[in-house]
Design a protein around this ligand. Sequence first.
Ligand SMILES: [Zn+2]
Length: 321
Amino acid sequence: MRIQIASVWSLILLGFLHIAGFTQYQSVPEVSRGERFTWPEGKQVALSLSFDDGRSSQLDVGIPILNKYRVKATFYINPSNISERVDDWKMALAEGHELANHTLTHPCSGNFVWSRDNALEDRSLEEIRQEIEGANQAIKRLFGIVPRTFAYPCGQKFVGRGLAAKSYIPLVAESFLAGRGWLGESANDPAFCDLAQILGVELDGLGFRDVEMKIEEAKQDGHWLVFCGHDIGGPARQTTVDTTLEALCRYSRDPRNGVWIDTVERVAEYIRNTRKQEQYRAAKSCPINIPNAVVRPTFSSFRQTPIELVLRLRDRLLLPG
Ligand SMILES: [Zn+2]
């Protein structure tokens, strides 16, 4: 009886948290190491193109190229940057591109002189939570959607200094399916990666030969390569070269190259679901090694915090089968 009452209360709390949009991220198990992850339709590599800050050249130069090749990309916007082009961004959303969260005011390290008055070293976790929630609310108000992925401004994931410094990765994990970094040096292993800290590789300034080499490298391991750019146009600082983008789209749409190109959201969702199915299959084939997420609640479960318990129950309920 005690278990039943606790379960009922947990389910009520679960419903509340879902309504509050609080539990979007799920702790995602790894699939077996050494086992090659399977992409849809026999593709050999996954690729996502992402562009930050909601810059106008993304609308004027980038999206026409992407649309020409029917490539869907992810745009991490700061709502204040896009106020003059809202209708154009609505069109991008309608065309299947992803609009996602890049905070309200783009706080970065104060070592960037332009961010000295908005420095992560001087911010608190509560302030970052407000940045994230504020941007979500603004995007919901402007576009009627709740963003499902996030890009860390400047790729930086901390607040505070020294002994008082803290990571804000858990805040991102709490609210989003995936969080993307910046200046990463590698593609992501879909069987292993933490979706709350996806590595993003710089696309700005690259020629197509360099881009192709990075894709081929990721393909050898069956990994997920996430490119990040800013402006799109002729060669310039923080600019993805338009001819490179066009060659990249053409290459990715050629079925001979085995590339699945899609938004960060869709690839992350596929990874999450595939891992959950792997976990479920493993649990069925080896009942002794039952993962935590499918263990029935026991009295030891109630020593956990309510949130942990609810997440466990929610994982259990969402398992296929
Ligand atoms: Zn940015």
